[in-house]
Ligand binder design. Structure first.
Ligand code: PLP
Length: 398
């Protein structure tokens, strides 16, 4: 029982995060500033959110205008910007309809609901399960943490949501298991497992997976929350795998930092959502959808995906040179585009801390021995050089 007698004042924010000892108060482009005026090169991009860098002018100009026009309007009315953004997203993907929400977890939660309703109404399967993969990450709501096949994410939150099973990622035994599974209604996967260690899906495995899904009428749902919007060198990572998912979930980079998420589906699937079946007060509101429109327009105008590919080629080449230089410190460099994992032979957090403290460079980990590097897609060559110089120094001294 909580001690209701205690009058001791505690820190007013719950301790759900292990935070770095830095308070960020300002951002522009690839840089952020702390409350003491220190400037940091931000190669975390707010965990793959700030693809265009911090406070991008093109999005800022649109949002400043929107602030004087309309912030919120309920989904009981038509929202022009929501309809425009939905059209932009369907034109850019194999999907036909979009539902807007506020985050990645909410997008995946909605996709799970859509898959279940599709199974109930169309395939007449009331007891089927959704398959996800070991080391995946799909969010922190009850259904999405159940979909997340990692004990550390689920620990202490049972009972979990029924109706999920897990198979090994990048492993042909998963395909064989699906072939004999008559109860699977959907599979959900990341094309690059981000939180799980920056592990790209193997193309042959993905083709086999898509084929078995197609053959057995299992929905193929791709979680592009972290990989979406150019991060891997194509607008969506699935587009490099020559597959057509039935459902795609997005969030993070879509609003350049204004909270927005969405799930997209082919019309055969999306038709099962009829009025009253799903909802979100804020989902798709005028402010967030204007941020989405401005972001996608900036992507096109500034050739952001081409910039990502060039920057990724440059950064990867330099990281591979560091691997040659420090073979006892770096095991491999992996990932796709500017979602990069550097597997270390020592605790990755030590390098993350040293980079921040000594060089004012910010990166993340993805597990105990993986450095996760997520630059803005529009990072400049001199910033890449600065990052490599700092990492070289940290590796030399670690
Ligand atoms: N799916 C993937 C692949 C993610 O990487 C994340 C977050 O990191 C999520 C879902 C959850 O997104 P959010 O934190 O916006 O709920």
């Amino acid at each position: 029982m909580p001690d209701s007698q205690s009058t001791e004042k505690v820190f007013p924010v719950m301790s759900a995060y292990g935070r770095f000892p830095v308070t960020i108060v300002k951002g522009k482009g690839s840089y952020v500033w702390d409350d003491a005026g220190n400037k940091y090169l931000d190669y975390t991009s707010g965990i793959a959110v700030c693809a265009l860098g911090h406070v991008p002018d093109a999005v800022g100009a649109v949002l400043k205008k929107q602030l004087d026009t309309l912030w919120h309007c309920s989904n009981l009315f038509h929202i022009a910007s929501q309809e425009k953004l939905a059209g932009m997203l369907t034109d850019l993907t194999c999907c036909d309809q979009v539902f807007f929400c506020n985050s990645g977890a909410e997008a995946n939660e909605g996709a799970i609901k859509l898959a279940r309703r599709y199974a109930h109404l169309i395939n007449k399967k009331e007891k089927g399960h959704i398959v996800t993969f070991n080391h995946s990450f799909h969010g922190r709501t009850m259904a999405t943490l159940t979909a997340t096949a990692q004990a550390k994410i689920q620990d202490g939150f049972g009972p979990l949501v029924p109706g999920f099973t897990y198979l090994p990622y990048n492993d042909m035994s998963a395909i064989r298991a699906l072939e004999v599974d008559d109860d699977a209604i959907a599979v959900m996967l990341e094309m690059v497992q981000g939180e799980g260690g920056v592990i790209p899906a193997d193309p042959e495995w993905v083709s086999a997976l898509a084929e078995v899904c197609q053959k057995k009428g299992i929905l193929l749902m791709v979680d592009e929350v972290q990989t979406g919007f150019g991060r891997t060198g194509s607008l969506f990572a699935y587009q490099q795998y020559h597959i057509e998912p039935d459902v795609i979930t997005v969030a993070k980079a879509l609003g350049s930092g204004i909270p927005i998420g969405a799930f997209l589906a082919k019309k055969e699937v999306s038709q099962v959502f009829t009025p009253g079946t799903h909802g979100s007060t804020f989902g798709g509101n005028p402010f967030s959808t204007m941020a989405g429109i401005a972001t996608l327009e900036a992507f096109k105008k500034q050739h952001v995906i081409e910039q990502c590919r060039e920057n990724a080629a440059c950064l990867n080449e330099k990281l591979k040179a560091l691997k040659e230089k420090y073979p006892d410190k770096i095991e491999t460099v992996r990932g796709k585009g500017l979602l990069i994992g550097v597997v270390t032979t020592f605790p990755a957090i030590n390098a993350v801390n040293r980079l921040r403290e000594k060089h004012h460079v910010l990166i993340l980990t993805a597990g105990k021995q993986v450095l996760r590097i997520l630059p803005p897609l529009v990072t400049q060559k001199d910033e890449i050089d600065r990052f490599i110089y700092a990492l070289d120094d940290v590796l030399k001294n670690s």
